[in-house]
Ligand binder design. Structure first.
Ligand code: ZN
Length: 430
């Protein structure tokens, strides 16, 4: 055996043993005591000074000012930081990169294998930015790679947030997530699955669930290119009956439906038809907002991704859409719509999702309510509220720490210094 081969084998053995170590660490119930300068409980908005969080294995055992530190516990000193639950981004694209939004679509320029490699790096960046859970809504042409990434993360192969994935999404011929402007004579796969009948929708949901989808993503309206430049009316892609079909079939498999919907009839049909969340919704009218409240539907506004960043994007129409988004967001807050935090990260740089918090607060939301949207309300959306969303006895130990007071200055969430997911530490203060 050559020296190099021996070295490779030794390195592999070392890597394997460190993975095994991490696993045993969580399973054997090693106790960690985290000293917190300030501890935020987003459930009631309270802040406790000099609190202690006791973590045993992957769970929180105790949290608060009176938690006693068991003998032999490993101490993590975060007394110079504010500690809060791991953040949940309810609208991500871990397999998408900013460059995929420009020029030729990634189904043409990149292999799914390459996109997966990029996704592995993206997942790590998002985790290190404090996002311990993400609902990933559409692999956008990367097929079932989101399932593979989710499973790889869950098995400890690569670091990343806990993912809830939707694989492909349902669209219509000519609608959103079709390749636009390409030669029709060259067969190129569309990023989403074209389902032009209720039977096709049912069959597609079964296929997605079979290969690992946790959520069903439905394009209930078109995208920006489909919005009427005069009236700002979005393209409605679904009837009420079609949405009911999708929701019913998803329910058979105990899955929920997230509907991309800008507004108009598409959004109303989606809400009335029983989807669990409306994505974007920037062109919703008052009737749609009332329907959200009546049906208890969650709204994931993704505010920041629509702000024009290039000269090309900075059109009169885009400015009108952004102004409408802001107005809808303000109304939704006063009406008591269940708002969840979501970013559309992937359309912009991974690891920079805190920018959505800044925008929410800039539009009038209190910092603590923006934190709630990314923790307790988000955990509710995911039906994971008994496991995630706050640092309380019995919940999964997803814990982050930031410099400063994010409940006073939301920009503190851009400086995440510590990340723990399910009792494992992924980032510590430098
Ligand atoms: Zn999206």
């Amino acid at each position: 055996m050559t020296k190099i081969r021996l070295m490779v084998l030794a390195a592999a053995a070392l890597l394997l043993s460190s993975v095994v170590c991490l696993e045993t660490f969580a399973q054997t119930g090693q106790v960690i005591a985290i000293r917190c300068g300030r501890l935020i409980n987003p459930t009631d908005g309270s802040v406790t000074r000099n609190a202690v969080v006791i973590v045993r294995g992957e769970r929180v055992e105790q949290a608060g000012a009176n938690a006693s530190i068991p003998a032999g516990a490993k101490i993590i000193d975060l007394s110079a930081y504010t500690v809060l639950p791991g953040l949940i981004d309810c609208h991500t694209h871990v397999l998408l990169q900013p460059e995929d939004e420009r020029g030729a679509p990634p189904v043409v320029t990149k292999s799914q294998a390459f996109r997966t490699v990029q996704g592995v790096a993206a997942a790590r960046k998002d985790l290190e930015a404090g996002f311990t859970t993400m609902r990933d809504l559409d692999s956008e042409g990367a097929g079932f790679a989101d399932v593979a990434l989710r499973d790889g993360i869950n098995q400890g192969v690569v670091p990343g947030p806990r993912l809830f994935v939707s694989t492909y999404a349902l669209t219509i011929t000519g609608g959103h997530m079709n390749n636009a402007g390409l030669n029709p004579d060259i067969p190129i796969p569309d990023p989403a699955t074209v389902t032009d009948s209720r039977d096709a929708m049912i069959a597609e949901i079964r296929r997605e669930v079979k290969y690992g989808a946790d959520w069903i993503k439905l394009y209930a309206t078109g995208t920006l290119r489909h919005v009427d430049p005069v009236t700002l009316e979005p393209l409605s892609q679904v009837s009420l009956e079609e949405v009911r079909t999708v929701v019913q079939e998803a329910r058979r498999w105990r899955r929920d439906v997230a509907a991309h919907a800008y507004g108009g009839d598409g959004a109303k049909n989606a809400i009335r038809g029983g989807v669990r969340s409306i994505e974007h919704g920037m062109l919703m009218d008052d009737e749609a907002l009332k329907l959200l409240v009546e049906h208890g539907t969650f709204w994931c506004p993704t505010l920041s991704v629509y702000i024009p960043e290039t000269r090309e994007d900075d059109t009169d129409m885009r400015r009108r859409i952004v102004a409408h988004h802001k107005e809808v967001f303000r109304k939704a807050m006063t009406m008591g719509v269940k708002i969840v935090f979501g970013t559309d990260v992937g359309a912009f740089e991974h690891g920079t999702s805190a920018r959505e918090f800044y925008r929410m607060v800039d539009y009038g939301m209190k910092p603590i309510d923006a934190i709630k949207a990314a923790t307790v309300t988000a955990a509710n959306l995911l039906r994971m509220d008994k496991q995630l969303g706050s640092i309380e006895s019995g919940k999964v130990a997803d814990i982050i720490a930031v410099e400063g007071n994010p409940d006073e200055d939301i920009h503190a969430l851009g400086k995440v210094a510590f990340v723990m997911k399910a009792g494992q530490v992924y980032k510590t203060p430098k």
